[in-house]
Design a protein around this ligand. Structure first.
Ligand code: ZN
Length: 684
C-alpha cells in the first residue's frame, strides 16, 4: 500500500516536471533551415513559428545583429494574422545577403510561459566569382526535364529507336550526344523520395522543399500561397538581367514541374492560384522590379484558364489566392492588387491576351502564329487537362487506330489537334529568341513519369522518344543562338523501370494474343504462360523496331519486343501487349474522370489493375499498399549537359546534389566559364 502511494507521488512529480519542461513555445522552427544555400542578393523570406500559449513575441538576429520582422505584432495572440490556428508566426519578407560565406540566423519565440531559441546556419555563394582566365557568360538557360526519367528510360528509348547490332547500339539519342554527363541525387527536405514539386524547385531555387511544395519553405499558414518564399532562377535573372521565361509541358500547366519555375505555393494542387500567379507575377510591362518575365506558356490545363461558369472549368475560390500579405507584396515588389486574383470567374485567357499574349488552342493555330514572325508572347493550351501522350497523338496523325482500340484517345480527350513536344519547343525558341537579354526555358516531358506510374511501358518509351526529339530542337537552337547552356535531366526516377529482356515466344505477338488466360494462376507452383514468354539473357537477342518517317515505331508490338519490369510497382496484371487506350489521367476536369465519367464510359480504365487488355495477363502482387500505381524511387538520375560559347557543360560531370544544379547554372550565367573552341564541342 505504501509502495503504491509512493509510486503515485513519483508519477505526479514526473508529470509536473514534464509541464515545467514544456513551459515555452513548442514545435518552434526557423526557416531558411540549417544548411540552406543562397546566391548573393538572392531573395528569401525568414520565418519563426511555434505553438504555445499566447500572447507571443519574437526576436531575430542575423550574425548577432538584431533584425526586424516585417510582420507579426509583438505581444499578441494573432501575431502575423496568417498563421494557422494554434500557431504563432513572425516574418521578415524579401531578405537577401550580400556577403558570401556562412551566416547565422537566431530567433527567439516567447509566449506566456517562456522563451524558445532556435538557430540556423546558412551559406551564401558568390556566382560572380570569375576565377582564373577569360570567362564567357551563359546567356540562355534551357532545362529539359524528362519527368521520372531514369537511366533505363533512356536506354529503352535508344533500343527502340536505333536497335543494337553485335553488341553495339546502332545510334544514340540526342541527349546521349551531349558531352557532359553526371549523376544527381534527388532527395527532398522531408524524404529520401521526392515528388515533382521540390524535385524541380531544387534546380530552380538551390533550396530543398517539402514534398508537394514549390518555391517556399514549410510553414503553418492559412493559405499555401502565404508560405515563406525563396527566389527562383528565372526571377533572379529577370530582375538582374532582364531575361524572359518560357514554360513548355505536355502536362496540365498547373502541374508541379512547370509551376516550380515560377509559382510559390505550399500546395502543388491549388491550380487556380498557380495559373493566376503565372500571369500576375509575369511582370508584363518588363519593369524588371519583380516576377519572372514569362513570355511563353505552352501545354495542357485549359480548365484552369476558363471562368468557373464555363463547361469543364476547374477554377474554384478554394484553390486560389486572394489578398497576399502586405509585407509579402512589399518585400517582393509585387503589384498590389492584380486584376481578378482568386476569383473563380476570372477569364484568364483574356487576361493573358490583355498583356500581349497571342493564344493558340490547337496545333493548327500554333503553326499559324509562329509560321512567320513569331509573336512577342505566346500562350498555348492544347487540352482541358494533361495533353495526350506521343503514341496517341501520333496514332491520330497517322489515322491508324492502335490495335484493339475503337476510337482515337485524342478525340475522346476532346483535343484532336495537339502539337508534339518538339513542335512546342520550336515555337518557344522562336518567341524567346526575340529577347536579346536572354531567356530561361524549361521544357518538360511530363508523361515519362505519368506513364511509368501507370506501368504502361510502351507509352513511357514513346514519351522518351518524343522528349528526345525536343532535346534535338534545343541543341540546334543552342548552336544557332550561341551562349546557351542546355541541361537534360529528371527530377527523380519513377517506377523502378527496368529492362528485363525481350519477348521470346514462338509465333511472337500473335501467339501471345492466343495464349490461354493466366489471370487465375495465383499459385506459386503454377508458371503462367506469359512468364515463360520472357526471354532473358541470350533469349532476349536484339529487338528491332520499324521506325516510320515521323520518328516513331510503326508498332510497339513487334515479335521480340523489349519487356519492362517495374520495381516500385502496385498490383496489376501483365499481358506484355500494348495497351489500346491510356489509363485515365489524374489531371483532368472531373467530368472526364472516374468509371462513370466521359472516359470511363468509353471503357478507359481508372487504374492499371483494371486495364482490359491485361485481363488475360498474370497477376503481379505489387510492393505497395493502396497506391493503385507505381511510385517514385530514390535512385540517382542522369544529367547531360551541352553548352555553346563556353564550357559550362563541364560543371555537370560527376556526382552532385540536386540543389548544386542551381548554383552551377547561375555561376555559368553570372560568373561565366572558359570559352568553347570556335567550333561546337565535338563528342567523338
Ligand atoms: Zn510522378
Amino acid at each position: 500500500m505504501k509502495l503504491k502511494v509512493f509510486s503515485r507521488l513519483l508519477a505526479m512529480v514526473a508529470a509536473l516536471a514534464a509541464v515545467a519542461a514544456n513551459a515555452a513555445p513548442g514545435s518552434v522552427t526557423l526557416v531558411p533551415s540549417d544548411g540552406a544555400r543562397f546566391l548573393v542578393h538572392q531573395r528569401f523570406d525568414i520565418r519563426v513559428e511555434g505553438q504555445g500559449t499566447g500572447p507571443y513575441s519574437a526576436k531575430l538576429w542575423i550574425d548577432g545583429h538584431r533584425a526586424t520582422f516585417t510582420s507579426g505584432t509583438q505581444g499578441t495572440t494573432t501575431t502575423d494574422g496568417i498563421s494557422a490556428s494554434g500557431w504563432a508566426g513572425f516574418n521578415q519578407r524579401g531578405s537577401s545577403l550580400t556577403q558570401k560565406g556562412w551566416h547565422t540566423l537566431t530567433a527567439e519565440l516567447s509566449d506566456a510561459t517562456g522563451t524558445t531559441t532556435t538557430t540556423s546556419r546558412i551559406q551564401v555563394i558568390d556566382p560572380f566569382d570569375a576565377g582564373k582566365g577569360e570567362r564567357k557568360l551563359t546567356k540562355n538557360i534551357v532545362i529539359m526535364l524528362g519527368d521520372g526519367m531514369g537511366v533505363a528510360h533512356r536506354t529503352a528509348a535508344r533500343l527502340v529507336r536505333y536497335g543494337v547490332n553485335a553488341g553495339n547500339p546502332n545510334g544514340r539519342l540526342e541527349m546521349e550526344q551531349f558531352p557532359g554527363t553526371g549523376l544527381v541525387s534527388t532527395h527532398s527536405l522531408n524524404s529520401i523520395i521526392t515528388d515533382s514539386a521540390p524535385g524541380m524547385a531544387c534546380y530552380t531555387t538551390g533550396n530543398h522543399a517539402f514534398n508537394g511544395q514549390e518555391g517556399v519553405y514549410p510553414a503553418h499558414v492559412t493559405n499555401p500561397f502565404f508560405a515563406p518564399r525563396v527566389e527562383y532562377l528565372a526571377e533572379y535573372l529577370h530582375r538582374t538581367k532582364g531575361t524572359s521565361l518560357g514554360l513548355v509541358s505536355s502536362a496540365d500547366l498547373e502541374d508541379a514541374t512547370p509551376a516550380a519555375n515560377a509559382v510559390h505555393t505550399a500546395n502543388r494542387n491549388n491550380g487556380t492560384g498557380i495559373v493566376d500567379q503565372y500571369l500576375d507575377e509575369s511582370d508584363p510591362s518588363n519593369s524588371k522590379a519583380y516576377g519572372t518575365g514569362l513570355r511563353v506558356l505552352l501545354g495542357g490545363g485549359r480548365r484552369w484558364f476558363l471562368p468557373s461558369t464555363t463547361l469543364y472549368s476547374s477554377r474554384t475560390a478554394g484553390t486560389g489566392y486572394a489578398g497576399l500579405p502586405a509585407d509579402l507584396i512589399t518585400g517582393w515588389n509585387l503589384p498590389a492588387t492584380p486584376a481578378g486574383q482568386g476569383s473563380p470567374t476570372r477569364d484568364l485567357i483574356a487576361g493573358f491576351k490583355g498583356t500581349g499574349f497571342a493564344y493558340a488552342s490547337s496545333n493548327t493555330e500554333l503553326n499559324a502564329l509562329v509560321g512567320g514572325q513569331a509573336p512577342e508572347k505566346l500562350l498555348g493550351l492544347f487540352g482541358y487537362g494533361n495533353m495526350n501522350v506521343a503514341l496517341d497523338k501520333i496514332a491520330k496523325r497517322r489515322g491508324v487506330l492502335p490495335a484493339d482500340a475503337s476510337t482515337f484517345a485524342v478525340d475522346d480527350y476532346m483535343a484532336p489537334d495537339q502539337p508534339m513536344l518538339d513542335e512546342m519547343a520550336e515555337a518557344a525558341f522562336k518567341v524567346l529568341s526575340r529577347n536579346h537579354d536572354g531567356f530561361v526555358l524549361m521544357i518538360e516531358g511530363a508523361h515519362i513519369d505519368k506513364q511509368s506510374h501507370l506501368m504502361d511501358a510502351d507509352r513511357a518509351i514513346g514519351e522518351t522518344l518524343e522528349f528526345d526529339r525536343a532535346v534535338g530542337v534545343a541543341r540546334r537552337w543552342a548552336d544557332k543562338l550561341g551562349d546557351t547552356t542546355v541541361l537534360v535531366l529528371a527530377d527523380h526516377e519513377c517506377s523502378g523501370f527496368s529492362l528485363i529482356g525481350a519477348l521470346s515466344l514462338s509465333g511472337g505477338i500473335s501467339a501471345l494474343k492466343s495464349l490461354p488466360s493466366d489471370s487465375a494462376s495465383l499459385s506459386p507452383s503454377v508458371i503462367p504462360a506469359r512468364q515463360n514468354a520472357v526471354g532473358t539473357y541470350d533469349f532476349a537477342g536484339f529487338p528491332s523496331y520499324q521506325i516510320l518517317a515521323d520518328g516513331y515505331p510503326a508498332t510497339m508490338d513487334i515479335d521480340n519486343k523489349v519487356l519492362v519490369g517495374f520495381g516500385a510497382n502496385s498490383d496489376r496484371y501483365e499481358s506484355w501487349l500494348s495497351k489500346p487506350t491510356p489509363v485515365i489521367d489524374s489531371l483532368l476536369p472531373s467530368a472526364f474522370k472516374g468509371s462513370g465519367g466521359i472516359l470511363g464510359q468509353k471503357g478507359y480504365a481508372t487504374i492499371p489493375e483494371l486495364r482490359s487488355i491485361d485481363k488475360d495477363g498474370f497477376f503481379i502482387r505489387g510492393h505497395l499498399n493502396g497506391e493503385g500505381q507505381a511510385v517514385h524511387t530514390a535512385a540517382d538520375i542522369p544529367v547531360s549537359a551541352y553548352s555553346t560559347g563556353n564550357k559550362a557543360w563541364l560543371r555537370f560531370i560527376g556526382s552532385q546534389r540536386n540543389t548544386d544544379v542551381f548554383f552551377k547554372l547561375m555561376k555559368a550565367a553570372l560568373g561565366g566559364d572558359a570559352p568553347a573552341d570556335e567550333n561546337p564541342e565535338e563528342v567523338e
